[in-house]
Design a protein around this ligand. Sequence first.
Ligand SMILES: CC(C)(COP(=O)(O)OP(=O)(O)OC[C@H]1O[C@@H](n2cnc3c(N)ncnc32)[C@H](O)[C@@H]1OP(=O)(O)O)[C@@H](O)C(=O)NCCC(=O)NCCS
Length: 152
Amino acid sequence: MTALDTNLLGTVHGGVIMKLVDDVAGAVAQRHSGGPAVTASMDEMTFLEPVHVGNLVHAHGKVNWTGRTSMEVGVRVVAEPWNEVRPATAVATAYLVFVALGPDGKPREVPPVLPETDEDRRRFAEAEIRRTHRLARREAILRSRQGGSADL
Ligand SMILES: CC(C)(COP(=O)(O)OP(=O)(O)OC[C@H]1O[C@@H](n2cnc3c(N)ncnc32)[C@H](O)[C@@H]1OP(=O)(O)O)[C@@H](O)C(=O)NCCC(=O)NCCS
């Protein structure tokens, strides 16, 4: 991270980290689905610790869950000082939904993710809980508006 990445407080701007998260999750979604995928939503972006100029920042993404055409990607961001050898600190986490698109620009089916370990199964189960909540929230907003869009 350089001085170009800072906010008015002198630490790294959250938007810089969000872009990194979106880029990494996009690469993960593309690799899993074998073609283009777009960000449909980003939620639970949590900033755990400030990131400083000079930090080396790494983001790791993983497909937690797949539906028919959508995937939830979990991303964990860690930071370490560039000039000292010490364990990296977790600085942010996020969950993003990507939708794979076919050549016609319409959603296309994605290969299912196959949870293999207990950790994979935990991620899959928790992603399903988040999806249920996303859909329920959208439904509730639509109902409260008596139809129309659930967008802002
Ligand atoms: C994402 C997008 C392709 C969805 O199109 P759509 O016509 O609403 O698609 P559908 O209703 O057929 O839904 C397709 C899948 O996306 C999921 N989905 C759609 N909108 C979603 C949202 N806001 N949040 C989470 N999932 C969503 C659906 O649940 C469905 O999943 P499933 O097939 O696994 O069950 C469309 O809204 C779009 O193009 N958005 C802009 C994307 C973009 O430009 N991103 C930024 C740059 S990469």
